[in-house]
Ligand binder design. Structure first.
Ligand code: PHE
Length: 339
């Protein structure tokens, strides 16, 4: 009997140990402890055992039952533990893994140029002012001595709005707005967006940025304008950059000029960028027209001033060798990340 019990026990243990999930384990329980199990058969056979041995054999069978039961329970606990530890393993964080890098943003190339220009004029005592992008005809044209018949007023250049206003075509209206509110000396630069109703191509866009600069005081001279432009050119394009002033025409300055710089790429020997001229045009300027001073209620007998205006896109294109103005507005990260 003893041998039978221990053989049964061994079989049951092997069975339990090889159960892979809770269903298989439940099958084991039915197989080894159920009503039709060998263990139950043993109990039933107890009546055939000699009466004096019955208690001892009965105790053995009971022990067997208990042992199988506790082995099944132990295996069940083990399985649950396996499930939980597999789950935890999946959720585990390896704190020694390198972190994910956050991509660094870049400052837009136009903003970089704008900042550089502003810093240079800041160092000369200019302060920054801004004006509205939606302007009246008065500030954009009339007050700047641009007569009604001037071609710049043509529908082709200006975006007129339904309310009689327009999108400013240059930053020069800020001259009037600032002068109206201050008494000289005023030394101001005015960066901002301007709009022109032009065909869009590699060279021109419906929107671009200008920096206006002007200085009004008593005894402001053309020589001072020349000095400031020369200093600016050297600071932005490098020491040794020369400037050339060519006579020009703007209704709001007299005399008017256009300022070229010596080509910082070929240093005058001629290249594709300067179109083999050795010079690059960068801005328009002049002495503020007496009529413009009058618009701002300044006495032209008492005050003089100079003004200049430059296109930030053009300067940025020259500085970085960019050949299409539209790139500035497409926000293609492959383009922007180069600066
Ligand atoms: N406003 C002019 C333009 O848009 C530039 C300029 C500004 C010229 C100031 C002279 C003086 O082209």
């Amino acid at each position: 009997m003893q041998a039978k019990i221990s053989a049964l026990k061994q079989n049951a243990f092997n069975d339990i140990a090889s159960a892979q999930d809770s269903n298989a384990l439940e099958d084991c329980r039915i197989k080894w402890l159920g009503k039709k199990s060998e263990t139950s058969q043993l109990l039933k056979g107890l009546k055939d055992v000699a009466p004096d041995q019955r208690p001892a054999v009965g105790a053995l069978i009971n022990d067997l039952k208990n042992e199988i039961e506790s082995t099944i329970n132990a295996r069940r606990t083990e399985m649950e533990f396996e499930v939980i530890s597999r789950q935890l393993e999946g959720e585990a964080i390896d704190v020694t893994l390198p972190g994910k890098r956050q991509g660094l943003g870049r400052v837009h190339p136009l903003t970089q140029t704008l900042d550089a220009v502003i810093n240079i004029f800041h160092s000369l005592g200019f302060s920054v002012a801004e004006g509205p992008e939606i302007e009246s005809e008065y500030y954009n044209f009339d007050a700047l001595n641009i007569p009604t018949y001037h071609p710049a007023r043509d529908m082709q250049d200006t975006f007129f709005l339904e309310n009689g206003k327009l999108l400013r075509t240059h930053t020069s209206p800020v001259q009037i707005r600032v002068m109206e509110n201050r008494t000289p000396p005023v030394r101001v630069i005015a960066p901002g967006r301007v709009y022109r109703n032009e065909a869009i191509n590699a060279r021109s866009y419906c929107l671009f940025h200008q920096v206006e600069g002007f200085y009004v005081d008593q005894k402001v001279t053309f020589a001072e304008l020349k000095g400031v432009l020369g200093f600016f050119a050297q600071e932005l394009f490098g020491k040794g950059t020369k400037i050339k002033l060519r006579p020009s025409y703007f209704p709001f300055t007299e005399p008017s000029l256009e300022c070229d710089i010596s080509c910082f790429l070929c240093h005058g020997s001629g290249c594709r960028v300067c179109k083999y001229s050795g010079w690059l045009e960068i801005l328009g300027a002049g002495m503020i027209h007496p009529e413009v001073l009058k618009s701002a209620h300044y006495d032209p007998e008492k005050y003089q001033g100079y003004a200049f205006g430059m296109g930030i896109e053009r300067i940025t294109m020259l500085l970085y060798g960019i050949n299409d103005i539209r790139l500035f507005f497409e926000n293609d990260i492959r383009f922007l990340s180069q600066f």
